[in-house]
Design a protein around this ligand. Structure first.
Ligand code: ZN
Ligand code: ZN
Length: 368
């Protein structure tokens, strides 16, 4: 559990980051940035919920009155400005921003604020300049606190238990969608409050990295990419393993050996101070050397925390150095359209010594 002191510290660090970047106001709508700062998991509704942290006055949460019974946050952390259906919510928000800011302010807004909301706020507040809240929030959230690392570790351990149950699942003769439903249940049984995705991509369908589990019936000889994740205690899990029905034919076994070596090399490269893109380059070089360079069609990984995809992105062009406390996936893949697909994914944390994988499920093909 994140305690009241950690929330207060997060708001203090956000305020300091705003000052460093000459930002007058932070305006966060429903989403993980808002939850990160005050603990409230607001519903993403057309009714506005907005956390306003400005130059003047205490942080204020503008909230639809009917949502007030759901509010859960430490006492005294923010002031409330409840508004009622029938009030002009844009006027309420504009008044709150005016109260909190100097004239002609720079306001950092949630990247995931609904465009309709932002357009209305911009219209009501023409002398403001709007910038993305990531400038303030990303540097805060990209390095996890010890409590957050514990929560990510708990989510990873839960999803590892789901993987260990794959050998008890009936695969052959069932549709991908049917198996995906069963795995969703396993995620919930393992403690996830929310199932974020269950990819069951069998045979040639696995060549599409984000395949939607569908009507294809799983057959003997299939290699099946199983990529699952959920949210537990507010933090996300995400793991990919490959299930094989009997012995896979063609290039699958050789390709999987090459993929596993590339993934392990990329994990071993992780260390404070190396760039995010160099981890991607190691995975890519491993697959290129074994002839699969063109078959690896996506970045190597993404950060994970309260969102299943967040900074740091492990991708060419991100030359930011890795720091102790960052958490991300390492998930190279091989995709041969019309034939097969493979991916191997673990979540890892950067430590002072190098790297600690949070997932510990075996890397072998799971034969069923
Ligand atoms: Zn995944
Ligand atoms: Zn992932």
């Amino acid at each position: 559990m994140i305690g009241p002191e950690e929330y207060a510290d997060r708001i203090a660090r956000a305020t300091a980051a705003m000052q460093d970047r000459s930002i007058d106001c932070l305006a966060l709508s429903a989403g993980s940035d808002l939850t990160y700062l005050c603990g409230y998991d607001a519903m993403p509704l057309e009714r506005i919920t907005l956390l306003v942290i400005g130059t003047y006055g205490p942080p204020t949460l503008v909230v639809p009155e009917l949502e007030a019974p759901r509010l859960e946050m430490p006492d005294g952390l923010v002031e409330l400005r409840a508004w009622r259906d029938g009030e002009d919510m844009i006027k309420v928000v504009a008044a709150e921003l005016r109260r909190a800011c100097p004239p002609a302010p720079i306001i950092a807004v949630s990247e995931r604020m609904w465009a309709g909301t932002l357009l209305s706020v911009q219209d009501a507040f023409r002398h403001a300049r709007f910038v993305p809240a990531g400038r303030v929030m990303e540097p805060l959230r990209v390095v996890k606190s010890p409590v957050e690392l514990d929560m990510l570790q708990a989510a990873a351990a839960a999803v590892d238990r789901v993987v260990s149950a794959y050998s008890d699942v009936e695969w052959v003769g069932r549709t991908e969608a049917d198996v995906a439903r069963e795995i969703s249940g396993l995620l919930r049984d393992a403690g996830h409050a929310r199932v974020n995705f269950v990819i069951v991509a069998s045979g040639p369908n696995a060549a599409s990295p984000h395949h939607t589990a569908g009507a294809r019936v799983i057959e003997p000889g299939d290699a099946i990419v199983v990529d699952v994740g959920g949210t537990l205690g507010g933090y996300c899990s995400d793991i990919t393993r490959v299930v094989c029905v009997g012995e896979p034919g063609g290039d699958v076994a050789r390709a999987y050996g090459n993929l596993r070596a590339a993934q392990e090399a990329a994990v071993a490269h992780v260390h404070p101070g190396v760039s995010a893109e160099s981890v991607d380059a190691v995975a890519r070089a491993g697959l290129a050397e074994t002839g699969w360079g063109d078959a690896f069609i996506h970045r190597t990984g993404h950060g994970i925390g309260m969102d299943e995809h967040e900074a740091p992105y492990i991708v060419a062009g991100n030359n930011s150095p890795l720091e102790t406390g960052m958490c991300f996936s390492i998930e190279p893949g091989i995709y041969v359209p019309g034939v097969f697909g493979l991916r191997l994914e673990d979540i890892v944390a950067v430590t002072d010594e190098g790297v600690e994988p949070l997932n510990t499920a075996a890397h072998d093909l799971i034969h069923v």
